[in-house]
Every structure is written in structure tokens, then in C-alpha cells.
Design a protein around this ligand. Structure first.
Ligand code: GLA
Length: 370
């Protein structure tokens, strides 16, 4: 039977962290690490799933058996199928196998890569005709409903809409976006991977969302026009919290309001090719994520603090949800090896762990490859 093979990438994010679910701006790009999914129709109504890398298999007897599974990998796929069921009718079952070279737990959106590859592949195989933006939202819903993470739209958007050598400025309030080339001259992006994903990452992520919502309510009491932290200013925040002692919620909002503004200014820096100014904002983002938003961890802080005064590194910060995963760094090409050597020594002596690193390239988003 006819089969379709689809590739969907992981992502980096240059700046604009933890603001997608606050209607802010993000600056992601798809990378040269992807999930690859092959699917073909079956003669019956069964769904056969194969995780090639583990390896592991799961057979689902019918479309009415789509429930959360113990096998974590299966939830990213079943979660997506469940979204199609809400609006489409499958004419048959299917076989689906996948592999991925997006490192898991590294903050590179390995789960969004699988979700988007599955969504795109099913849409093609069954000719549902759903547009790519809607597929991205369906992939996001899969994460909410089957993986239990109330993520924003950035990862699935980047995996769907990435373009080679282009970053995307996405306005998460309107979903309008624009591409522009990333011109780093003699610099390159290098990711350093802590090799750690702390167990509380998902629950803390969901807690941050709730804390932002709590903050919006407090601001709204004084400024009813504020619908999201995108609409709020520092002045409003300070006034709204003048009689409240909730420092934690205040700090969360303070970070988000600053980061939404910083991302817009940082984009201007990039467009003007002012890389030092851009890099300085990356460090500022890290500081906010670590001290106000509290989603960093000692390993990430170590990696960022160790490079802060290095003249060959323009900027560095933790990337993605946090509590482990990678830092993103802008490093002078000729100095990369030296930095890798020095940082590896520091990292291993402090943590006993080996430091992995990736020199990522910016690639296209989801597409059929066979
Ligand atoms: C995770 C989520 C995204 C985004 C980032 C933080 O990657 O999936 O939606 O919120 O964290 O910027």
C-alpha cells in the first residue's frame, strides 16, 4: 500500500522565552534535527504504532480506544490522532513508524517534532485538507491533552513553519509572523546541553501559566482593559501590586512584561546587525528567567555564568521551558573549539557529567520527503 514519509524539525528560540502563552513575541527557527514518520493505510480499523529507536510497538484496536497510554512516546501520536477524530472521519486504520534525532529533554522540542510530523502525515495520507496553522494548533492540543503540558504555540509553530536560514518573528497574540535571514557574520549558534531534565519541569511549567493568570487578575482589578500580560506595562504592574504582598506572582509578571519588550528590541538589534546589543539581551533574559521566573537550574546557570565574561561569546541563555535542557550561545566561529574545551572542563568538574554540544543549522519546517 502507498506510504508517506514526513520529516518535522525541532527548534531553537533566539529570544522571547515563556512569553508565547502570554501573547508575546517569540523568535524561533527550525533546526537540522528532526522526527521522521512513515505511515500507510491498513485494510482494517487498527492503528499500529512503532517507535523504531526504542524499539517498541503498540497496537490500538480501533479509533474508539484513544486513551492516554503508559508508554510515553505513544501519547504524542495518539494525542494528535485524537484531535483529527474531533473533526474528521478516518476511512481506515494505519501503520505508523517513527524515528527521531532530536535529543529528548534537551529543550529542542522533540515532542513537537513528533506531533507535527504525525499531524502533517495523517493530513496528507487521508487528504483531510487541513491547513498548516490548524495542524500546529492540533499538535499543541495533543500536548495539552495527552502529555499534560499546557504549552504555548511556539514549538509546534516553528516545527510547521520553519524556513532554511530564516528566523521567524511570531506575534503570539495574532499569529502573524515574518521571516528574516539570520546573519551572524563570523558568529555561530552553539547549544550546550546540560544532559539534565529535572522531574518538576512539566508541573512547574503549568504552575508558571497559572501564576501569570493570577497576575493578570490582580492587574485587571485596577486596569480592566488588560487581557493578557502583553497589554500590561511595568507602571500598571507596580500600581496594581502596590497593596499586594504576592512577590512571587509580581516577579513572574515583571519578567514576562520585560521579556515581551526585550524581544521586540532584540529583533531590531538583529535587523540592524547589532549583534553585541542582541547578545546582551540574551544574558538579560537568562537573568530574568533565573531570578524572577525561576525556571533555570544550577547546571544552566553554571553554563551561562561561565561564559558571561568571555569576549568571544556575544550572548548566552537557557532556552525553552527550563529546569535542564540546553543553553543557546552566540560564539565567534574561530573560538568554538576553545570554548567547548574550557566549558566541558568546568561542567564536568562541577557536575561529574559530560557536556554535549550542538552546532545547529536552520532548516525548513515540516514536509513530505518520500
Ligand atoms: C516550551 C513550550 C513553549 C514555550 C517554551 C518557553 O518549549 O512548549 O510553548 O512556552 O517552553 O518559551
Amino acid at each position: 500500500m502507498k506510504s508517506i514519509t514526513v520529516k518535522a524539525p525541532g527548534r531553537i528560540n533566539l529570544i522571547g522565552e515563556h512569553v508565547d502563552y502570554n501573547n508575546g513575541f517569540v523568535l524561533p527557527a527550525a533546526i537540522n534535527k528532526s522526527a521522521i514518520v512513515t505511515i500507510s493505510k491498513r485494510a482494517d480499523q487498527q492503528i499500529h504504532l512503532t517507535a523504531i529507536d526504542i524499539p517498541n510497538e503498540l497496537i490500538i484496536e480501533s479509533f474508539s480506544d484513544l486513551v492516554v497510554q503508559e508508554k510515553k512516546w505513544a501519547n504524542y501520536i495518539i494525542g494528535v490522532i485524537a484531535q483529527f477524530i474531533k473533526k474528521e472521519k478516518f476511512s481506515s486504520g494505519f501503520n505508523l513508524a517513527f524515528t527521531s534525532d532530536v535529543p529528548i529533554g534537551a529543550g529542542l522540542s522533540s515532542s513537537a517534532a513528533i506531533e507535527c510530523a504525525v499531524a502533517f502525515a495523517l493530513n496528507e495520507l487521508f487528504s483531510f485538507g487541513i491547513d498548516k496553522m490548524e495542524l500546529a494548533f492540533m499538535a499543541q492540543k495533543a500536548e495539552h491533552e495527552f502529555a499534560g503540558v499546557q504549552c504555548g504555540i511556539m514549538d509546534q509553530f516553528a516545527s510547521c513553519f520553519g524556513k532554511q536560514n530564516q528566523v521567524m518573528l511570531l506575534d503570539c497574540a495574532t499569529m502573524e509572523f515574518q521571516y528574516f535571514p539570520l546573519e551572524l557574520n563570523e558568529y555561530e549558534i552553539v547549544l550546550f546541553d546540560t544532559g539534565i531534565k529535572h522531574a518538576l519541569a512539566n508541573s512547574e511549567y503549568n504552575t508558571r501559566r497559572l501564576e501569570c493568570e493570577a497576575g493578570i487578575k490582580i492587574i485587571q482589578a485596577k486596569f480592566p482593559e488588560v487581557q493578557s500580560l502583553r497589554d500590561a506595562t511595568m507602571l500598571m504592574l507596580n500600581e496594581a501590586f502596590s497593596e499586594t504582598k504576592n512577590t512571587k506572582v509580581y516577579n513572574r509578571c515583571k519578567y514576562v512584561i520585560a521579556e515581551i519588550e526585550r524581544t521586540q528590541l532584540a529583533t531590531q538589534d538583529l535587523l540592524k546587525n547589532n549583534l553585541p546589543a542582541f547578545g546582551a539581551k540574551m544574558f538579560a533574559t537568562h537573568f530574568g528567567l533565573s531570578t524572577l521566573y525561576e525556571v533555570s537550574c544550577p547546571e544552566l546557570d553554571l553554563l551561562v555564568n561561565s561564559v558571561q565574561n568571555n569576549p568571544h561569546i556575544l550572548g548566552a541563555r537557557m532556552m525553552g521551558g527550563g529546569f535542564g535542557g540546553c543553553t543557546i550561545n552566540i560564539i565567534k566561529r574561530t573560538e568554538i573549539q576553545q570554548v567547548v574545551n574550557d566549558l566541558s572542563t568546568i561542567y564536568t568538574s562541577h557536575t561529574g557529567k559530560e557536556l554535549k554540544y550542538y552546532e545547529v543549522k536552520i532548516e525548513s519546517g515540516v514536509q513530505s520527503i518520500l
